[in-house]
Design a protein around this ligand. Structure first.
Ligand code: AMP
Length: 190
């Protein structure tokens, strides 16, 4: 599978644990080493800003996608390789999806989950075969992963769909999993 650009969804806040931004920087470095460009929400704040700065510092490509209304509020990053300013949240997600070959969620809040789960829903519907992974820094997503297992037990999600979500706690191992990813064709409703 060829991966030229990875879209990273992550918090517009830095979070309580310094490891969240540290791992964002590590992911930025790992992407650059592999000559993979970063697609993200275009802000210079929080975990978002840290991953963008890391890729830029290491000489990589960063493409930001930000809605006009959030440009000031989220403090758009001025030093990116490219910044797309779009009309609204929907166009933001659509463009990020279109130009990316894979998706990662770092620790973040409701926005991060909204963006990531929309792409994961499309995986489940078979609309794309792009890998999706959670970077589970300091077990931040443990409770979410438990809840996904609960959804499987309660028969709202199939085990095979659950397994399509890749998870690891280091950028290196998560990206390795992306390159080994073999999408499975499964109907959502059987
Ligand atoms: P958060 O994880 O809540 O800090 O948000 C991370 C990013 O997600 C920020 O850039 C938010 O503007 C963005 N965001 C929040 N909700 C949405 C949405 N519905 N569609 C697209 N982006 C969103």
């Amino acid at each position: 599978m060829e991966i030229k650009k990875v879209c990273v969804f992550c918090g517009s806040s830095p979070g309580a644990n310094a490891q969240y931004t540290k791992k964002a920087e590590e992911l930025g470095l790992e992407l650059t080493k592999r000559k993979i460009g970063l697609v993200y929400g275009g802000a210079k704040i929080g975990v978002m800003g840290r991953i963008a700065d890391s890729v830029l510092k290491n000489g990589g490509e960063v493409i930001g996608v930000i809605p006009e209304a959030l440009k000031l509020k989220e403090v758009a990053h001025e030093g990116l390789s490219k910044l797309h300013v779009v009309d609204n949240m929907h166009s933001r997600k659509a463009l990020m999806y279109e130009i990316s070959d894979a998706f990662i969620a770092l620790p973040g809040g409701i926005g991060t989950l909204d963006e990531f789960f929309e792409i994961l829903t499309w995986t489940q519907l078979g609309l794309h075969q792009k890998p999706c992974g959670l970077l589970n820094v300091c077990n931040y997503y443990d409770k979410l992963l438990d809840f996904l297992d609960h959804m499987v037990s309660e028969k709202f999600v199939t085990r095979r769909h659950r397994e399509m979500l890749l998870v690891d706690d280091t950028p290196l191992k998560l990206l390795d999993k992306f390159f080994d990813y073999h999408p499975i064709q499964l109907k959502k409703w059987i």
